[in-house]
Design a protein around this ligand. Structure first.
Ligand SMILES: Cc1cc2nc3c(=O)[nH]c(=O)nc-3n(C[C@H](O)[C@H](O)[C@H](O)COP(=O)(O)OP(=O)(O)OC[C@H]3O[C@@H](n4cnc5c(N)ncnc54)[C@H](O)[C@@H]3O)c2cc1C
Length: 395
């Protein structure tokens, strides 16, 4: 096996996702302009077995544990064809992982097989109107229910992917200090979307349409066993989710770069100016060559980070962050160059290249904005070099 070649298992995962992506491709341009569910895309996802990658095999999934490298390559193939397909697939894992990790056996059995088949749609609700990067500032509150078991949940979550259509929300909450001790603690609870008091409204439209919603919890009753994991372990659950899924954002960015670069390269070969193909004009060659470099270096880092997360997700979150920042920032550069290569043809509204251009932008913000991730990455570097016996590359 070549050192930098994907093992056969993952080539098969990628081929499987590519086949599904091909089915979606004919109407991907339409799906990617939807901020509501695009029914044909969801139907194809459900009839495929891709959602099985998002759940452990004991509950209907494909691998014993969710495999970050499989998720990464599946997202690469999906994002290349359709951002809508990619988001639907990714959220099945991102929204359900805390159930697999901290849910009771009853909760796992009741939700995860439906996530694996695509029947139930998952969502992860962290962000609030006043709390984005600074999640410790959340105000959504979980309190014991007076005169009965369980809890009462109140607060508002914002910009939640799948918000309007989710069957459940895996929700980060604050439990006030007065209820149990000296300090507030953070927990994660599972809230079925049909619980009385869950109110949904659309989020603002964004430049690259996405199924987003505002979710308000108005004194929602939450059963005692719907708290996922031990009380106060909310951030541990969130970080565990990100450890597994953040590298897959890098995979999606790689897919987007592949799609954009193929379009721009074809254009540069076919269109002639000054008596030769654009691709033979030095400045245009530079744009193409630099983009290919960005794409391939991002791919290597994405696969490496995902493979590391496969072995030990908790210990390798900084690598996943590094891959996410590198690949999404590279995707921003690549789509910009690709539009430039295509001249006015790169600007046509609704064209595939223009869609890629818009779709690259939110990737640098969601699942950890680049600036915030760089703080953790730089901390890790300083620690490893100065206190930890040297950076990884020296070992
Ligand atoms: C398409 C899309 C889908 C989303 N889906 C979900 C979802 O499913 N669930 C969910 O919970 N949320 C979701 N979000 C919200 C997303 O997680 C937040 O947008 C993200 O965490 C950033 O928060 P913010 O937008 O409030 O920006 P802010 O936190 O206000 O940050 C604004 C700017 O300040 C910078 N910044 C902030 N803090 C620091 C710091 N300490 N040091 C340096 N720079 C800093 C940021 O990098 C950014 O550039 C989604 C967002 C988008 C766009």
């Amino acid at each position: 096996m070549a050192i930098f070649e994907l093992p056969q298992l993952y080539r098969e995962v990628k081929a499987e996702a590519q086949a599904v992506a091909q089915e979606v491709a004919p109407f991907a341009a339409e799906a990617d302009e939807c901020s509501e569910i695009h029914a044909p895309t969801l139907a194809i996802l459900r009839s495929s077995r891709l959602c099985e990658f998002m759940v452990p095999s004991a509950y209907g999934g494909r691998f014993e544990r969710v495999d970050p490298l499989a998720v990464c390559v599946a997202r690469e193939a999906c994002m290349k064809a359709s951002a809508h397909l990619d988001a639907l697939l990714a959220l099945q894992g991102i929204g359900s992982y805390a159930i697999a990790l901290g849910g009771s056996e009853t909760l796992r059995r009741s939700w995860l097989p439906r996530v694996a088949s695509g029947e139930s749609i998952a969502a992860l609700a962290l962000t609030e109107p006043e709390a984005g990067s600074d999640l410790k500032a959340i105000t959504t509150t979980l309190r014991p229910r007076g005169g009965g078991d369980g809890f009462v949940l109140s607060g508002r979550k914002s910009f939640i992917s799948n918000g309007p259509v989710a069957d459940f929300f895996t929700t980060l909450v604050r439990e006030p200090a007065s209820e149990h001790g000296a300090e507030d603690r953070y927990s994660v609870v599972l809230v079925p979307a049909d619980s009385p008091g869950v109110q949904l409204s659309p989020s603002p439209e964004i430049i690259a349409p996405h199924v987003l919603g505002e979710v308000e919890f108005v004194d929602v009753t939450v059963a005692a066993d719907h708290r996922l994991g031990a009380p106060g372990r909310g951030f541990a659950q969130v970080l565990a989710t990100l450890s597994v899924f953040r590298a897959s954002v890098a995979g999606a960015a790689v897919g987007l770069m592949e799609g954009a670069l193929e379009i721009a390269t074809r254009h540069a070969v076919e269109r002639h100016q000054f008596g030769r193909p654009l691709a033979r004009l030095g400045a245009v060659s530079n744009l193409l060559a630099d983009s290919w470099g960005d794409l391939e270096s991002s791919r290597l880092l994405a696969y490496r980070a995902a493979d590391m997360a496969r072995r030990d997700p908790a210990a390798t979150l900084d690598y996943s962050s590094l891959a996410k920042v590198a690949a999404t920032e590279a995707a921003g550069r690549v789509v910009d160059r690709c539009v430039q290569v295509m001249g006015r043809w790169g600007l046509i509204k609704g064209s595939r290249i223009e869609q890629y251009y818009r779709q690259a932008r939110p990737m640098r913000i969601y699942e950890g904005a680049s600036e915030v991730l760089r703080l953790g990455i730089a901390n890790r570097l300083c620690h490893d070099v100065v206190e930890g016996g040297g950076a990884d590359w020296a070992k």
